[in-house]
Design a protein around this ligand. Structure first.
Ligand SMILES: [Zn+2]
Length: 180
C-alpha cells in the first residue's frame, strides 16, 4: 500500500513520516512515499538500493508471518514482557537477513544485463547505515496507535549490516535463525 501523509491500516493509524511498516493483520506492506523522498534528500544519494533494502526488509516480515515466526514471537512477547525488546530485535535482524537473501538472488550474474540489480559491498553498508539513521528520527514522529513501526533503534547498525550480509552471502533463509 503506497501512501503519503497518512493512512488507516488494519494495524492502526499511521500519520505523515510514519515510515514503512508491515501489518501482519492484513498482510500488507505500507510504504510512505515521503519516507523515500527523505531518504534521497537527506543522504544526497540516488538511494536505489536503500529503497530496495527497505522493501525487501518489509517483505521479510511478510515471510515471518507466513512461516508463523511472527505469531510465535508475539505470543512469547505476551508471555514474557521482559523479553519484548530482545525478541523484537531478533525479528528485525531476521528480516534484515531475509532482505540479504533476496539481494543474493537478485544479484546473480546475468540478471543485471536483463534489467536486474547488481550490488556492490559498499552499497550494502551505505544503504543500511542510511536506513538506520533515518529510522532513529522517524520513529519519534510516529503515531502512538497500534501500528508497530519499524524499530530501527532496536539492533545496532552493525548488527543489521552483519545479518544482512550473512543473508546476502549465504542466499539461504535457513542461515537467518536469529533466535538461536
Ligand atoms: Zn522491520
Amino acid at each position: 500500500m503506497l501512501f503519503r501523509d497518512a493512512i488507516q491500516s488494519t494495524c492502526g493509524f499511521a500519520q505523515a513520516a510514519s515510515g514503512p511498516f508491515y501489518c501482519p493483520a492484513d498482510r500488507r506492506v505500507y510504504l510512505d512515499l515521503a519516507f523515500f523522498n527523505e531518504l534521497h534528500r537527506r543522504f544526497g544519494a540516488p538511494g536505489d538500493f536503500a529503497q530496495a533494502y527497505v522493501l525487501a526488509h518489509e517483505v521479510g516480515h511478510h515471510v515471518q508471518t507466513i512461516t508463523g515466526t511472527e505469531g510465535q514471537v508475539r505470543n512469547l512477547q505476551s508471555a514474557r514482557p521482559d523479553q519484548r525488546n530482545e525478541l523484537s530485535v531478533r525479528m528485525e535482524l531476521q528480516a534484515d537477513c531475509y532482505a540479504g537473501v533476496w539481494g543474493h538472488h537478485a544479484n546473480q550474474s546475468g540478471r543485471a544485463a536483463s534489467g536486474g540489480v547488481e550490488l556492490e559491498e559498499g552499497d550494502i553498508d551505505e544503504a543500511l547505515r542510511a536506513a538506520s539513521a533515518i529510522g532513529d528520527d522517524q520513529i519519534q514522529k510516529r503515531s502512538s496507535g497500534r501500528v508497530t513501526p519499524e524499530t530501527f533503534t532496536h539492533g545496532s547498525s552493525e548488527q543489521r549490516v552483519s545479518w544482512f550480509r550473512r543473508g546476502f552471502q549465504r542466499g539461504d533463509p535457513n542461515a537467518c535463525n536469529t533466535f538461536q
